[in-house]
Write a protein that binds this ligand. Structure first.
Ligand SMILES: NC(=O)C1=CN([C@@H]2O[C@H](COP(=O)(O)OP(=O)(O)OC[C@H]3O[C@@H](n4cnc5c(N)ncnc54)[C@H](O)[C@@H]3O)[C@@H](O)[C@H]2O)C=CC1
Ligand SMILES: O=P(O)(O)OC[C@H]1O[C@](O)(CO)[C@@H](O)[C@@H]1O
Length: 396
């Protein structure tokens, strides 16, 4: 049984390739990084270092690598694979479509019923649609029909955090990869055409949008919010930021709003989501990951778009009748990280939120407070409490 793992980077080596090797596959990594490819083929193993409380080193076995520039060899591997996975980054995904199509063509010229599932391990909403359109366009006419019955485009939710590896962390081994302990991979149950890999860490689920929204609106939203608050306070690392008691309270408040929304939308017990929140807050505290507020809070403008983690969560709450008070503050923090003036224009243009809307008013109120006293988080907390009680009215 063979998996082709496209991308031997942080997630390819640190998560998916390792997981599939442990599931029992031979893992053939494809990468354009010569050092990584040559070292995998020389050592036939690499150390995966699990950092944190239960730290240990796991040696990943049953692996080899193919040079991504040798497209003929890559397509031969795809033609004879039992499973395919990608984790190359969204901007590269499009570029590898021609090679994937070459592999599928070789495969289906032999046997059009030879199904192949492709696990898409990228941070991309509607990743299946994205690949389906491009693969369909690129495949030769004789295989366009085959695709619908023989190719499973499987969305996944990558929850494991793998930091950028510094030279210090590599300790002289270009393959060494530091990862957190969390290693579950939720996958879209309905998308498989062949058997679902049988391993307890691979969690098939339907409707899969539940996991995608949980990841984006709870994990990614809270992570970004922690980073923005940390930047304002002058912290370098995510763990420093989340250990600040005021930041933790603010972030947890926003996570609970998102969780109430998701619980209502997907009819999932709130307690299940609360356990996920508690676990994430612990995971953000992992100082051995050395994850920076700079990386997690990068490109705040992109993170302010209507369907991204902040405004997406806020709009989802409004839709579900949940008050997005902490989420409004999260949006205000992102705005504050982008601009110290003309915030209302930016909010309208980038996030499509008008200052006439209730949430637009809350956001601008928080933004003005941040401008006048950026590090006064106790006052912000007081503002959230007051806002809640004003909007909610008396409680019996
Ligand atoms: N690092 C993390 O904590 C998480 C990352 N992700 C997502 O996983 C995906 C991969 O991210 P990382 O592993 O962090 O990035 P990375 O940059 O470490 O890995 C990407 C790998 O793809 C290789 N590559 C580039 N072009 C290629 C080509 N044409 N053919 C073959 N290989 C090629 C690169 O050499 C690199 O080794 C991204 O979509 C990211 O958003 C998702 C969740 C967590
Ligand atoms: O890559 P983006 O969109 O800047 O988002 C960063 C987020 O993505 C991850 O790298 C993977 O989900 C998280 O660790 C982080 O919250």
């Amino acid at each position: 049984m063979k998996t082709v793992m496209y991308g031997a980077g942080n997630i390819g080596r640190g998560f998916i390739g390792a997981l599939l090797s442990q599931t029992g596959y031979e893992v053939v990594f494809v990468d354009v990084n010569d050092e990584v490819v040559n070292t995998i083929n020389r050592d036939k193993t690499y150390p995966q270092e699990i950092v944190g409380e239960h730290g240990k080193t796991v040696w990943i076995q049953n692996i080899r690598a193919v040079d991504g520039k040798d497209t003929s060899s890559v397509s031969n591997e795809i033609a004879s694979a039992d499973l395919l996975a990608t984790s190359v980054g969204v901007s590269v995904l499009e570029k590898i479509v021609p090679v994937i199509c070459e592999g599928l063509t070789k495969r289906w010229d032999q046997d059009p019923d030879n199904v192949l599932d492709l696990l898409i391990c990228e941070n991309l909403m509607d990743a299946d649609k994205f690949l389906r359109e491009r693969i369909y366009k690129t495949l030769p006419a004789r295989h366009k029909e085959t695709m619908s019955q023989s190719l499973g485009l499987v969305e996944t939710s990558i929850g494991r955090m793998v930091p950028v590896m510094t030279d210090d962390m590599k300790k002289g081994d270009p393959l060494r990869i530091c990862v957190e302990e969390y290693d579950f991979l939720p996958v879209d149950r309905n998308a498989f055409k062949g058997p679902i890999p049988d391993y307890d860490k691979i969690v098939p689920y339907s409707p899969f949008s539940f996991y995608l929204e949980r990841k984006l609106y709870i994990h990614n939203m809270a992570h970004a919010f922690t980073a923005f608050l940390g930047k304002i306070k002058g912290y370098t690392y995510i763990d420093e930021s989340i250990n600040d008691i005021y930041i933790r309270k603010l972030v947890e408040g926003a996570m609970i709003e998102s969780a109430m929304m998701i619980s209502k939308k997907y009819q999932v017990e709130f307690s299940e989501l609360k356990a996920h929140i508690d676990d994430l807050l612990l995971r953000f505290q992992n100082s051995d990951l050395h994850d920076t507020v700079e990386r997690v809070g990068r490109e705040p403008l992109r993170k302010l778009k209507p369907d991204d983690r902040l405004v997406g969560a806020l709009r989802g709450c409004e839709h579900a009748g949940i008050l997005p008070v902490y989420l409004s503050f999260a949006v205000a923090c992102a705005l504050y990280n982008v601009t110290k003036d003309s915030a209302s224009e930016l909010l309208a243009e980038t996030s499509q939120i008008s200052t006439q809307e209730p949430c637009g008013k809350y956001i601008m109120g928080f933004y003005e407070q941040l401008k006048s006293a950026p590090k006064d988080f106790p006052s912000i907390l007081k503002m959230t409490d007051t806002l809640y009680s004003e909007i909610r009215g008396p409680v019996v």
